[in-house]
Design a protein around this ligand. Structure first.
Ligand code: UD2
Length: 317
């Protein structure tokens, strides 16, 4: 069993990753400053004797290195971030501090204290408007936001440090992640979190454009398992992999699934397509299968059933 330090542990992906690691019998040191993370997300973890919470800002110099020196984790899963693309556009300096400088501090802490492995929360945003579909890891990187640029810069920083100082780095390029605990607060929050809230409250949703745009939606439970594999699977080498399903779902299909579960809620309202919205985003999951032994197990329908009912839906082993 390993000891894993998870930054951003109180966030959407961080809390699910923490719960998954604890369920597998690992020890977890969770770090969060509750800027966007929430303590409620850690309700289950906080009941475990194998979990310790450190309320700290990993973007502040020295904080992470001190923590790593004291805790001596086998791996760091670095999920703390400025998570909103819109916020990165409004505040690029803060994006640089939270999404680039903090990654450098992670690399430095790993170097100084001999951490064997670093797992980094990258994003499909590094590809920008990539021409190919499905997108493979070799696709040209053309980020179109400070957020995407910072994720790409962080991948390179971490991979370069790992190669030089001898630790393994796994960059996880998440596609559209969905599931419980995702915050629907902003109009730019993940579409599934917004649809889930609206249907639950009996309010019709907005479809931007004709609704035929597609995304590669991956359930957060699968993402948590991919993170655990990247942190703990023996013998991994450094690299980057898409964390996706390889399956496309249209917005119309999504709305259809919600509508079937919520009879009586009004039909979606169509509005003009959002400026800059891409039509299709689909990842190639092959590299993650080879590098991590990871394949997504929860389809969109099962993941949505779980989100809507609040009950876990059994998945194939
Ligand atoms: C992701 C990022 C976004 C930007 C974009 C770059 C998230 C949550 N968003 O957007 O910030 O980086 O990638 O390509 O990571 N939609 C509706 N109704 C709604 C909300 C959304 O129809 O109420 C549509 C939206 O216009 C888009 C699709 O749903 O076509 C998915 O939207 P999203 O914001 O969940 O994710 P995405 O991939 O467009």
């Amino acid at each position: 069993m390993a000891k894993i330090l998870v930054t951003g542990a109180a966030g959407f992906i961080g809390s699910h990753t923490t719960d998954y690691l604890l369920g597998e019998g690992h020890k977890v040191v969770g770090v969060d400053n509750f800027r966007t993370g929430r303590k409620e997300n850690l309700a289950t973890a906080l009941r475990s004797p194998a979990f310790a919470l450190q309320v700290k800002d990993v973007a502040a110099p020295g904080v992470l290195a001190d923590l790593v020196a004291a805790e001596r984790p086998d791996a760091i899963i670095h999920l703390a971030a400025l998570v909103s693309v819109q916020e990165s556009i409004a505040n690029p300096e803060l994006n640089f501090s939270l999404n680039v400088l903090a990654s450098q501090l992670v690399a430095e802490a790993a170097r100084l204290h001999g951490v064997g492995r670093v797992v980094f929360a990258s994003s499909a945003a590094i590809y920008g408007d990539a021409a190919e579909r499905p997108i493979r890891e070799s696709a040209e990187k053309r980020p179109v936001s400070p957020y995407g640029a910072a994720k790409l810069a962080s991948e390179d920083l971490l991979l370069g440090h790992g190669a030089c100082y001898g630790f393994t780095v796994r960059c996880q390029r998440y596609f559209n992640v969905f599931g419980a605990r995702q915050d629907p607060a902003s109009p730019y929050s993940g579409v599934i979190s917004i649809f889930a809230r609206n249907y639950r409250e009996g309010k019709s949703v907005t479809l931007y454009g004709d609704g035929r745009q597609t995304r590669d939606f991956i359930a957060v439970g699968d993402v948590a398992r991919a993170n655990a594999l990247a942190a703990t699977r023996p013998g991994l080498t450094s690299g980057a992999a898409n964390i996706c399903t390889g399956r496309a779902t249209s917005l119309l299909d999504l709305a259809g699934i919600f509508a079937a579960a919520h009879p009586g809620v009004g039909a979606p309202v169509h509005r003009a397509a959002r400026a800059g919205d891409i039509l299709h985003s689909l990842g190639d999951p092959a590299a993650a299968a080879v590098a991590l032994g990871f394949t997504a197990r929860t389809g969109v329908a099962a993941g949505l059933a779980e989100l809507i009912s609040g009950q876990p839906v059994p998945v194939l082993p």
